[in-house]
Structures are given as structure tokens and as C-alpha cells.
Design a binder for this molecule. Structure first.
Ligand SMILES: Nc1ncnc2c1ncn2[C@@H]1O[C@H](COP(=O)(O)OP(=O)(O)OP(=O)(O)O)[C@@H](O)[C@H]1O
Length: 685
């Protein structure tokens, strides 16, 4: 197929995000009116601010009762009559017999949405309006932001230019488009029901986002195709930008009587599913990346929700996380596997989609499970060994060789001497994952978010932006679309408020990696060293529990204890008791002493790896211009797998406790008093 496409379209057409013919969103310049536009935003960073005391469901219930507001308990929301519906609309609702309980209050955050007026706001906004503290402007203030004029115009312009596939004047072009998107078995009728169009100038499908009630168009998603090696990959562009694109594609086709729905991660899959099963189906706006709570009210009506997100382990993990938000008791999951590809592929392979749906497994597990309930999950891991090892770094191949990947639910402890570049390194390590779709929350207590974002943006662009300010907007736009969030804390914080913020981020933004820089900022002002050690143990325990309970990776920066200047750091050099290294799944040490052959040279030592036991060390070279660390191409010192880090590991394995430290049977170097000595003969590369 790729050859066919190559012949039909010049390469630059197939690579819509590159070249000078594209506008800011990757749309052809002809569709982007006027000179380059700048966006002025109040908040440049997606900073996370959480009320000091997050509200609980019990408090919401008590408040509603105390104010005489009737409510119904739903799966993820409480439903109540909306104070934001005008009296005329209320009369209409009564006449039509439609329910007046159209206000949905999120049980976890208190955030509300009025389905009738589309007013939305925080729990505090709601209280203010109930108590008449809204200064008479409540509706104007609370009504959800209309799309920016600029976006509205762009949406309208594209939508008007796009045409149904069957209206394309050249049948060959229509056929090619169908082949390109795998739509040869999807009928015109299906495309018509879902109002899918085609934009010839960008060779993209256009999926509309209609306002509830179907009166207007609120946004859209363009799906193009890009060449990648011998294959192709789909490229999505949304208007508005991904963070504000909350379209549940297929919603206008859902009747309020539908009690079941199948959720997919792509519009194309929903087309295939609907056509071959006739079941109600919706696709999530950003696939497996997130399920924004703003969408939960639209899913409240369903008694049963089946997730069929894709054919890989990542889709399976995302489905399990999303099911938690929707109440796992009503959710079932289609397990990825050879015989269960994603819906569009299943349709194209002539499989029976209804039969696959019947194999969906309940998402809900009791606290005690039998192997029978786990066997499918174990099979999933065994048949996707590479994916089970986690997301691989693109900039740090040696880290992949040792740790194999970045996995959900783990705790990584990272240490290194003062001023050695811990923040700089961990910033790039997290950015690398974030650019691959790992939703990341940063807690930077020492340096300001602006400074941190500046470092990250430089690393992202891999260039010194100070000298190329004309490129700033372009890079900043791309950076802004990363699933990256920052806590607004600075200086000393209580562990409780930090954990609450993390919990909020997991729920609202599906964050699956939290970086805490650094733990010392949660330890209060205890003077006595015994108090400090106890405080640290408590905090490490809290992060450990958080990581496990939320399937979220936590990377914790901890300062080392004061050591002699000429000593290498070891696992035991981490400040405090042995708790941090015992609880951690991975221990990383940034070493900057000995064998320093040039300025900026550092070594990264993996001294604990619970996943498969491989530990070792590799060099990092600092590039002062781009603030990046990279493996020097012709370095003599190469990755070395080492047996032990002189202490804790040996103790632990002899105690026979859980943990895969040092269990790997690969040929290790014998215990080396100086692990950094270059030894190319034993290089693993
Ligand atoms: N390998 C390196 N060589 C030279 N300079 C570096 C290197 N790594 C980082 N730097 C620079 O050193 C400064 C301090 O780096 P950074 O804040 O990352 O260190 P840190 O270990 O986190 O410090 P702290 O111990 O105070 O938390 C920054 O200006 C950074 O650009």
C-alpha cells in the first residue's frame, strides 16, 4: 500500500507536519489565514492547582442535603437539578417529560456540568452560585468558554471545504483515500451517519465535533497519513488543540435510551464497530492517552461500557485505568490479542466483531482473585514481552539495555552529588518519555517552573533558543501540546498536599509519571537527625503506596548523605535509612567523580533494578548548548553491567526477600572496585 501511496502523492504531501508548506497546526498554509499568529495566554504552563482541601463525595452530599437540593447517585457523578437552566427552558423540559436533573457533579473533584446550558465550573463556583455569591454574573462567568474566534473560523473554513468521500469528482482519488485509511469495507452509509468528510487539499479525513443538540460545529479532527519506513502511520490534528478537544465522536447518534456502549480509541474503529454490530459506539478524543473527567457526564447513562481500545498492552492498561474512573463494575474490556485486533482491522479481516465483543472480560476484580481471573492478564504480558517492559527511552539506549523500559506503578529513586546535574538529567529523562505519550506531572520544589520549563524547552528543541527567538513560537506551540503538567508548589510542602495533587492529576489528566524534585522539600524543619530519617521513611512509604495504588510511576530525587569527596556514591549513600532503596524498584545514581576525562562528563549508574536485575553504568556527556546528556558516540567507556554496588544489594539478596537485584545470570564483570574503568572488551553494545 505504501508504494501505491508514494506513487499517488509526492512525499511532502504524505508528510504534512514537515516542510514549509504547512501552517502551525500542520494544515496547509492556504488554510491558515494571515501572518503567523501569536497566542497570548494568561497561563503559559499547564500548572496544577488543587484546592487546599480537596472535596470528598460525602461533603458534596452533605452540602446538597443541607441546602435542600435533591440529588441522584450515579456512577461517577451526582445528578441534581441545575440552577443554570433558564425558567423558560425548565418549562420546556417539563413539557417534554425530560428530566430536570441535568446538573452533573463529579464525585471526585466536585467539578460540575449543566447538560442543558453547558455551564461548567468548580465546586467552589457551584457553592458560590447556590449561596448567591455569584455577583449576578454567574452564567456569563460559568458558561463554558466558547471556542476562540480564530479556532471557530478555522473549523468553519475546513468543514465547508471538506466533502463526503463519495462526492469526490475523481473515483480513483476516492478509492485511494479509502485504501489509505483502511476504509474499503466501510460503506458510504456509515460515513454519512457519522458525518465524515474528506479534505482534498490535506488528503485528510475530517471528523466533526458537534455541539450537543447538533446545532453547530465546535471543533474537528483531521486524520492524515505519514510515511514511516516501509509502512504508514496516522497523524491527528485537532482544533481546538488536544488539551481542549473533548469530542466523544459518535455522540449525536446515541439515544438517551441506550444502556450499553462500546468505547474505542479511534474514530475509524467506531465506524467499523457501528457498521458491523449496530451497537452504540463512541471514540475517545485522544485515544489511549487520557479520559478527561469532563466527558464522564456523557457516559453516566450507560449501565454497561465495553472498552475495545486496540491490540496492544498499552491499550489494555489504559482501559483498566479508565474503567476505574467510570466505576469498574459496569466496565468490560476486550483483551488485545492475535484473534482480537482493533475493530477496523477485525472488519477488514472478515472477523465477527460481535463475537469478539462477547469475549470482553469484566474490569472489576475483588480484593482476592483466583488465577482464573488473572490468567488472561498473564497471557497478555507473556505475549507482549517487549511492551510489558514499558516505554523505551529514545535518547538513552543504555538505560533501555539496563532497565528495559519505564513501567507503570514503579518507584525510581534518583540521587547524585549536589550540583552534579540531577535536575537537568531527570528533566531530559522525563521529557523523553513525555514526548512518547507518557503523561507527566512535575513537582519542582527547588527551581521555579519557568526555569524548569526553559531547560525542558531547550532540551526539547535540542538547541539554544536564546539565539533563535524567531523559532520560539514554533517550538513553544509543539511543547504546549505535550501531556506535561507542573505543580505550582515552591519550597517546603506537606506530603499530604503533594499526594493530594498527584491524586488529582491522575484522575483529571491520567498522569502516569510523577517526578518529585526533591524529597527534602517535604521533610519539614525537623532538626534532629532521627526525626529527619523517620520523616523520610514515612514520605518514601507514601510515594511507594501511591505508585502501586495508582499504577503511576514515581521518580523521586533524593540528596545523598555527606560522604568523603573521594568516594563514589552507592545505594547506601542515599540520605536516611535503607528504606528508600528497599522500597524503590529502581535506583539511579548520577556519578560525577573519578574518570572524569573531560568537562561535563558524568556517569549514570543503575544500582538496583527489580524488573530483571540488570545493573550497570554508562557514560553521559553534557552538551551545554542544548542542556542535554547523550551517550558519547566514540567514548571508550561503554555500558558495563556490574555485579553489585558494594553493599545493600548483597545484603538484600542474601535475606531472600523479594526483588530481582543482581539475580540476572548474564555474564557480569567480577566485582570491580572501580566500576567506571573503561572496559570496551566487556561492552554490551
Ligand atoms: N554534566 C554537567 N556539566 C556541567 N554543567 C552541568 C552538567 N549538568 C548540569 N550542569 C549545569 O549545572 C547547573 C546545576 O545543575 P542541576 O540544577 O541540574 O544540578 P542538581 O544536581 O539538580 O543540583 P542540586 O544538588 O542543587 O539539586 C546547571 O546550570 C546545569 O546546566
Amino acid at each position: 500500500m505504501w508504494l501505491l501511496l508514494r506513487r499517488a502523492y509526492p512525499l511532502r504531501v504524505l508528510l504534512p507536519l514537515r516542510g514549509d508548506w504547512v501552517g502551525r497546526r500542520g494544515l496547509p498554509r492556504s488554510l491558515v489565514p494571515g501572518p503567523p499568529r501569536r497566542r497570548y495566554r494568561k497561563e503559559a504552563l499547564p500548572a496544577l492547582e488543587v484546592p487546599v482541601l480537596p472535596v470528598t463525595t460525602t461533603e458534596i452530599r452533605q452540602y446538597l442535603r443541607a441546602h435542600g437540593i435533591p440529588f441522584q447517585d450515579g456512577h461517577s457523578c451526582l445528578r441534581a437539578p441545575s440552577p443554570f437552566v433558564r425558567s423558560s427552558e425548565l418549562k420546556d423540559q417539563k413539557k417534554n417529560g425530560t428530566t430536570s436533573f441535568c446538573l452533573f457533579i463529579d464525585k471526585t473533584t466536585g467539578h460540575f456540568l449543566c447538560m442543558s446550558s453547558l455551564a461548567e465550573g468548580t465546586w467552589e463556583d457551584f457553592q458560590a452560585s447556590v449561596e448567591g455569591r455569584g455577583d449576578g454574573v454567574k452564567e456569563a462567568v460559568l458558561l463554558s468558554d466558547p471556542p476562540e474566534t480564530e479556532d471557530r473560523e478555522e473549523v468553519r473554513r475546513i468543514w465547508d471545504r471538506a466533502i463526503p468521500l463519495w462526492d469526490l469528482p475523481d473515483p480513483e482519488e476516492a478509492q485511494l483515500a479509502r485504501v489509505m485509511f483502511g476504509l474499503t469495507k466501510v460503506t458510504d452509509d456509515t460515513l454519512r451517519r457519522f458525518s465524515v468528510r474528506y479534505l482534498r487539499s490535506a488528503h485528510s479525513l475530517v471528523f466533526p465535533w458537534f455541539t450537543p443538540g447538533g446545532l453547530g460545529i465546535r471543533g474537528l479532527k483531521l486524520l492524515g497519513v505519514e510515511g514511516q519506513g516501509d509502512g504508514v502511520q496516522y497523524v491527528e490534528t485537532t482544533i481546538p488543540r488536544p488539551g481542549a478537544y473533548h469530542n466523544l465522536f459518535g455522540l449525536p447518534l446515541i439515544s438517551h435510551r441506550d444502556a450499553e456502549v462500546v468505547l474505542t480509541s479511534r474514530e475509524l474503529d467506531s465506524l467499523a464497530l457501528s457498521q458491523s454490530t449496530g451497537l452504540p459506539t463512541l471514540s475517545l478524543p485522544r485515544g489511549t492517552i487520557c479520559l478527561p473527567p469532563a466527558l464522564l457526564p456523557y457516559l453516566e447513562q450507560f449501565r454497561r461500557i465495553v472498552f475495545w481500545l486496540g491490540d496492544d498492552l498499552r491499550s489494555w492498561e489504559a482501559a483498566k485505568l479508565f474503567a476505574r474512573k467510570l466505576n469498574p463494575k459496569r466496565c468490560s474490556l476486550v483483551r488485545p490479542g492475535n484473534q482480537q485486533p482493533r475493530p477496523l482491522e477485525a472488519l477488514n479481516q472478515g472477523l465477527n466483531l460481535s463475537r469478539i465483543l462477547r469475549t470482553a472480560l469484566p474490569a472489576w476484580h475483588k480484593s482476592i482473585v483466583s488465577f482464573r481471573q488473572l490468567r488472561e492478564e498473564v497471557l497478555g504480558e507473556l505475549s507482549n514481552v517487549e511492551q510489558a517492559a514499558g516505554v523505551r527511552w529514545s535518547r538513552f539506549p543504555d538505560l533501555n539495555r539496563l532497565l528495559k523500559g519505564h513501567r507503570k506503578g514503579e518507584l525510581t529513586v534518583f540521587t547524585g552529588p549536589t550540583g552534579s546535574g540531577k535536575t537537568t538529567f531527570i528533566s531530559e529523562y522525563a521529557l523523553d518519555l513525555c514526548t512518547q505519550g507518557v503523561n507527566t506531572l512535575w513537582g519542582s520544589f527547588e527551581i521555579s517552573n519557568v526555569r524548569l520549563a526553559r531547560v525542558m524547552l531547550t532540551q526539547f528543541a535540542v538547541t539554544r533558543l536564546e539565539e533563535q527567538l524567531d523559532k520560539y513560537e514554533e517550538w513553544a506551540d509543539r511543547f504546549e501540546d505535550l501531556p506535561l503538567y507542573f505543580m505550582t508548589f515552591h519550597g517546603q510542602q506537606s506530603i499530604r498536599s503533594v499526594i493530594d495533587t498527584m491524586q488529582h492529576a491522575v484522575y483529571v489528566y491520567d498522569v502516569c509519571h510523577v517526578v518529585i524534585d526533591n524529597l527534602q522539600f517535604m521533610m519539614g524543619h525537623e532538626q534532629l537527625s532521627t526525626d529527619r530519617i523517620a520523616a523520610q521513611d514515612y514520605i518514601v512509604g507514601a510515594f511507594r503506596k501511591f505508585a502501586t495504588d495508582n499504577s503511576c510511576h514515581v521518580t523521586l530525587v533524593i540528596h545523598p548523605r555527606k560522604e568523603d569527596d573521594d568516594k563514589e556514591l552507592q545505594t547506601a549513600s542515599i540520605f536516611g535509612s535503607a528504606k528508600a532503596s528497599q522500597e524503590a524498584d529502581n535506583v539511579l545514581i548520577l556519578q560525577d567523580r573519578k574518570l572524569v576525562t573531560g568537562p561535563g562528563k558524568r556517569y549514570l549508574q543503575v544500582s538496583k533494578n527489580r524488573f530483571d536485575g540488570d545493573v550497570g553504568v554508562f557514560p553521559l556527556e553534557f552538551n551545554k548548548t542544548s542542556l542535554t546528556f547523550s551517550v558519547p558516540p566514540k567514548s571508550k567507556a561503554r555500558l558495563k553491567k556490574i555485579k553489585d554496588d558494594n553493599g545493600l544489594g548483597a545484603k538484600k539478596s542474601s535475606s531472600g526477600k523479594r526483588g530481582a537485584m543482581h539475580q540476572n545470570s548474564e555474564t557480569f564483570l567480577s566485582q570491580d572496585p572501580n566500576p567506571f574503568q573503561s572496559d570496551t572488551s566487556k561492552s554490551s553494545r
